[in-house]
Design a protein around this ligand. Structure first.
Ligand SMILES: *Cc1c(COP(=O)(O)O)cnc(C)c1O
Length: 426
């Protein structure tokens, strides 16, 4: 079956006249996988429907947002009711406190929380706060970790930006990134060396505790604890960017699994229940430095949006009420056992954390960005196009994660595994 893309192609032509690249976020152009445009009409459960009427089983799930599947009933219901009462007031609502309390309950290191509109904004604000608190400038990040597109964090930033040359973006003055150092992920010695030389100048170490924006890469045993120990010793803050991993791996994120308590945490994606909401939070003594009580300025017209807050709370409540993480883990572990068998002998490796995974087109599972970059992206492109033709929409880059939701059933997953098995055996 060769799918029709007449309406998608036309939609893209029209979009290109008014939107640079025809998209609002670069990876959506499907350029890196050399695939014609895909314009979406609607989504339900695990199914994405494009404007031509093609249906795909979604393994991107809006980049991990929809852990309950698209259009989960109780969340949809709340959203409809919320919209009825108005969609923004420019004054506080009890819904912000409800969601903040839920966040604090499941991620106790987030003693206080501030809501913002995107992961980018959350990280940017957390970094400003870390600098304000420590009165230091230097920020340490890791190669291949993505923390949104704030100027000073676009250094060796993985995923959508790996296609671009040098400093991850044009338009960023060298002076803006001069206070950012990027080290190889999982490299104990590099961290030790930097702390030995500059420890007392480091405001914060920011890390995706399980990186997903270079594809899923697992931290070595003890690496995160090592970051905790060194930052504590030098008076620097440890920031966990759990925008993807928060509420994905467990309700408590990576910090809940490992018992490592960061000073600040950023959340996004699942948190907003499908709306543009994100958060940063952490130690109360640090958070209280934010305006209006403190000198670190941060604000937002639509921050803590009432519809987003209620959609987010409904999502978290559904996850807890039905113990969905346990269900997801059972489904996922069977799926990954089968998927591992299906890729045998194909020079593909599977990297997995909970319900997120990457199929790397390298024989050995990468543990750093340098290893990730050895993946055969041309072969990945062929795989992406093959899977799309079979009716599966994967995250459209070798350097991204795929996501399962509780809406993926064993039939969907079985079909996926069989398709992968047939790849290159045609
Ligand atoms: C998605 C993501 C961001 C950026 O969030 P946006 O809402 O896209 O701005 C930041 N950090 C991590 C770890 C992410 O996965």
């Amino acid at each position: 079956m060769l799918m029709q893309r007449i309406k998608s192609v036309k939609a893209a032509e029209e979009a290109l006249r008014y939107l640079p690249g025809g998209v609002d976020s670069p990876v959506r152009s499907l350029k890196s996988v050399e695939t014609p445009p895909l314009f979406i009409h609607r989504a339900k459960g695990v199914t994405l429907m494009d404007v031509d009427g093609n249906r795909f089983t979604d393994f991107c799930m809006s980049w991990g947002v929809f852990i309950l599947g698209h259009g989960y009933r109780s969340v949809d219901k709340i959203i409809r009711e919320a919209v009825f009462n108005g969609t923004s007031y420019g004054l506080p609502t009890p819904y912000e406190t409800t969601l903040a309390r839920l966040v604090n309950q499941h991620v106790p290191s987030m003693e206080k929380v501030r809501f913002v509109n995107s992961g980018t904004e959350a990280v940017m604000s957390a970094v400003r706060l870390a600098r304000g608190y420590t009165k230091r400038d230097l920020i340490v990040k890791f190669d291949g970790c993505y923390h949104g597109h704030a100027d000073h964090l676009l250094v060796a930033a993985g995923s959508g930006v790996t296609g671009l040359a040098e400093s991850s973006s044009a338009g960023v003055p060298a002076s803006f990134t001069a206070s950012t150092v990027s080290l190889p992920f999982n490299d104990f010695d590099a961290v030790k060396e930097l702390f030995r030389k500059k420890g007392t100048a480091i405001a914060a170490v920011i890390v995706e505790p399980v990186p997903a924006n270079m594809g899923v890469v697992l931290p070595h045993n003890g690496f995160l604890q090592y970051l905790r120990d060194l930052t504590t010793r030098c008076g620097s803050l440890l920031v966990f960017d759990e925008v993807i991993t928060g509420f994905r791996l467990t309700m408590g994120g990576v910090q809940g699994q490992t018992g490592i308590r960061p000073d600040l945490t950023t959340l996004g994606k699942i948190l907003g229940g499908g709306f543009p909401a994100a958060a940063f939070g952490g130690r109360a003594d640090i958070m209280d430095l934010l305006a209006p009580d403190g000198p670190v300025y941060q604000a937002g017209t639509l921050s803590g949006n009432p519809v987003a807050m209620q959609a987010g709370a409904a999502t978290l409540q559904a996850l807890v009420r039905h113990d969905y993480h346990e269900q997801l883990e059972t489904t996922a572990s069977d799926f990954f056992t089968d998927l591992s068998k299906a890729i045998r002998g194909k020079s593909i490796s599977l990297s997995r954390a909970g319900s997120m995974f990457t199929l790397f087109f390298t024989p050995r599972t990468p543990t750093s960005f340098a290893e990730v970059k050895k993946a055969d992206t041309r072969r990945f492109g062929a795989f992406f196009r093959y899977m799309l033709e079979k009716g599966f929409y994967l995250s459209p880059s070798q350097f991204e994660a795929n996501f399962l939701s509780i809406a993926h059933n064993t039939r969907d997953l079985g079909r996926f595994v069989r398709a992968v098995k047939k790849f290159e055996e045609l």
